[in-house]
Structures are given as C-alpha cells and as structure tokens.
Design a protein around this ligand. Structure first.
Ligand SMILES: Nc1ncnc2c1ncn2[C@@H]1O[C@H](COP(=O)(O)OP(=O)(O)O)[C@@H](O)[C@H]1O
Ligand SMILES: [Mg+2]
Length: 257
C-alpha cells in the first residue's frame, strides 16, 4: 500500500515544488514507484518535469469536483517509475466549489484511494495556504514533509503549519505524522543561514532532517528546461543532497530494527 507524503508549508517560495520534484525523482531512482500529485493551481510541478499541458486540459481539479477517474489523468514522465497527476489553473476555484460538498475535506483522499495501490509513494506538491485544498492534502497524507527556507521568518511558518497539522490530526486524520522539516536554499557561508539552522534545530528538536539542501543556481534553471536536478546537474552538491534526503525519508518511514 502506498505511503502518502504531503510536501507542505503555509508559506510560498520555500522549495516545496523543487523538493517534491527532486525527492520524487530520487525515490524513483532508488526503485520506488512514485506518483507526484500537483495540488498547486500554479501547476509548476508538471512544467518542472517537462510535461506540456494543453490549454483547458483535465486535471486533479476535475477528479476532485466531478467524477472524472483520476487514473485517466495520470501522465508518465521521462523518469522511469515516476508518474504525475497534473494540476491546472481551474484548481484555484476548488477552494470555493468544495465548500458545498459533503465530506469536503476528504475528496482528495477518495480520489487517491482509486490510484494509490499502483505506487509505493504518492507525493503531494501543496500550495502555500491553510485553505481547504491543503486540509484535503493533510487528510489524505500519512506523513507531512515541510520544506523550510533558510530565512528569518521560517520559524513562524513552521509553528502555524504544526498547529494546522494538529487540528487535522484531531478531527480528520488521527494517523497523520510529521516526518520532518528539511532546510532548503541554505548557504553555509552565510552566518545568518547558519544561525537559522541552529534555531530550527533548537526549536524543533528531532523534526529537522540531517540533510540540508544547498542554495544552487542550477535549481532555479532546471524547471525552465523541464528537467529535474538529476537530469540537469547530477554531480552537484544539490543533487547529492536530494539523493540523501530520499534515503533519509526511507529510513524514517521504514526504520531498520
Ligand atoms: N536549493 C535551491 N537553490 C536555489 N534556488 C532554489 C532552490 N530551491 C528552490 N529554488 C528556487 O526558488 C524558487 C521557489 O522554489 P519552489 O520550489 O518553487 O518553492 P514553492 O513551491 O515552495 O513555492 C524557485 O524559483 C526555485 O527554482
Ligand atoms: Mg510550488
């Protein structure tokens, strides 16, 4: 049975999409069957993997608000073992449309239950909000993985997210677990970045992954040419870091005895 990982933060620009894509790619490279679900109306995950979408294409939106079968929406990527369930701009409307649904918080869980048995992991690239779409993502997830940008305001975002996770655990998904937070865009030469890393470790002991993702220009270039870091800059520190993160994720989910 697939494990579902929500890649989430209430803040924008923290590396959620970069982490979703590259973690998905390295888990696939380690032999896992992966479905990446793009739950952001900005639909960056598809483009970042080189998937071209037609105008008015069907997307996760149609599976959420009407009875379109999600299996028909899934696309293969150029990476072996990695499929994607694309998003579209129309998903922005789901925030309002879902309000009238019975079990509106559980629509994504229902959609994913129809396809997740074909995979080892489902990763959800979330949007930055505390709205109904992310409540759906948290209700459908077994684990939460939080990309935290090395910056001064990172801690407040983390606190807010952890309180939303606690609410979802209480009312909707008691088995939800925080797998960890990963610090992204880290510049080790920068004193302020090092202070922030110390601070997140001090404030959230045990939560923070050992792997830290460095700031690296090729991460910003890669999506514009539709490539993951494994394809664009495979021998870089950043590529190694995402490979290590994939291994650390596996060891947190399946601890060896
Ligand atoms: N480790 C990194 N080094 C340099 N740039 C990065 C890194 N991770 C992400 N970026 C860039 O920062 C911006 C925000 O990242 P993104 O993954 O899209 O964040 P989010 O999905 O949280 O909004 C993008 O332009 C992305 O290419
Ligand atoms: Mg994003």
């Amino acid at each position: 049975m697939a494990k579902v990982l929500g890649v989430i933060n209430v803040k924008g620009g923290t590396g959620k999409t970069t982490t979703s894509i590259n973690l998905a790619v390295y888990l696939a490279a380690l032999g896992k069957r992966i479905l990446l679900v793009d739950l952001d109306p900005q639909a960056n995950a598809s483009g970042g993997l080189g998937i071209k979408l037609e105008k008015d294409h069907y997307s996760i939106y149609h599976a959420l608000v009407s009875d379109v079968e999600p299996g028909a929406l899934i696309k293969k990527t150029s990476i072996f073992n990695l499929d994607i369930l694309p998003s579209s701009e129309s998903l922005a409307g789901a925030n309002i449309e879902l309000v009238d649904f019975k079990n509106r918080e559980l629509q994504l869980k229902k959609v994913l239950s129809k396809v997740k048995n074909n995979y080892d992991f489902v990763l959800i690239d979330c949007l930055p909000s505390v709205g109904i779409l992310n409540v759906n993502a948290l209700s459908a997830s077994d684990y939460v993985l939080i990309p935290v940008q090395a910056e001064y305001f990172a801690l407040s975002g983390l606190e807010q997210l952890i309180s939303v996770v606690d609410l979802v655990k209480k009312y909707l998904n008691p088995d939800l677990q925080i797998l960890g937070a990963v610090v992204t865009m880290f510049d080790k030469r920068n004193q302020s970045d090092r202070n922030i890393l110390n601070q997140v470790h001090k404030n959230f002991p045990g939560y923070i992954f050992n792997t830290v993702i460095p700031r690296q220009v090729s991460f910003a270039e890669a999506p514009s040419i539709g490539k993951s870091i494994l394809q664009h800059d495979p021998y870089s520190k950043g590529a190694r870091a995402y490979r290590e993160l994939a291994i650390e994720v596996l060891s947190r989910i399946f601890p060896s005895p």
